[in-house]
Design a protein around this ligand. Structure first.
Ligand code: URA
Length: 216
């Protein structure tokens, strides 16, 4: 992973980049899009475990005792930002399988202010947890700032992480200005946002592509 514009980017993983390429491709249909979003969540979570502490232990094989390792992933809360994060989270939780899960519904209004409406919050106590907020598209950053505000009401996590598919530097900059200790992990950092707040080149509307809907 490399650091870019304030985020950690899995640009050096050809497998992650191959999945991202399928997600970006406008010809990818809903079924393949969702399947690849699940796969991306799984492989990004696997990469993320490299940042977790480990314990050394010994294990008895059928033949002898030998050295082993256990990753410390006992206090993790995943927060899913509806709706495109659902398939992404399905992949993440295959790796971080003991995590607690919270849900926040947030919808973004129209330009120019893109005001955010939070309609549903169900987040457990996150004191001392590693909080991982899952939201595939980190565009303007407005949704995630509201989501972080909601999470702050639920405790004081020891680590705050945002996991996304794509980000734009403007959104990452806004989030880091309000929450400088948040770590942001994405598959790629794209260059810009269009006047509707979409990431360009991006992959389009992640929710519509994952759920076969077209609201606009
Ligand atoms: N949400 C999306 O689904 N796509 C974008 O490009 C930005 C926000």
């Amino acid at each position: 992973m490399i650091e870019k514009d304030g985020a950690y980017v899995f640009e050096d993983s050809p497998y992650i980049q191959q999945i991202l390429t399928v997600l970006r491709d406008a010809r990818t249909d809903t079924i393949a899009f969702r399947r690849n979003l699940v796969a991306l969540g799984r492989y990004m979570a696997y990469e993320l475990t490299k940042t977790f502490p480990i314990e050394r232990l010994t294990v008895q094989t059928p033949l002898a005792r030998t050295e082993g390792v256990r990753i410390r992933m006992d206090k993790i809360t995943l927060v899913v930002v509806l709706r495109a994060a659902i398939p992404f989270m399905e992949g993440v939780i295959k790796v971080l399988d003991n995590a607690k899960v919270g849900i926040i519904s947030a919808s973004r209004g129209s330009p120019p202010d893109f005001s955010i409406e939070i309609k549903y919050v169900r987040v457990p106590n996150i004191d001392d947890d590693t909080l991982i907020i899952i939201d595939p598209m980190i565009a303007t950053g407005s949704t995630l700032i509201k989501v972080l505000e909601e999470c702050r009401k639920c405790g004081n996590p020891k680590r705050k992480i945002i996991m996304g598919v794509l980000a734009a530097p403007a959104g990452v900059g806004r989030i880091k200005k309000s929450y400088h200790d948040v770590e942001i992990y994405v598959a790629a950092m794209d260059s810009t946002l269009n006047d509707k707040g979409y990431i360009v080149p991006g992959l389009g509307d992640a929710g519509d592509r994952a759920f076969n809907t077209e609201f606009e």
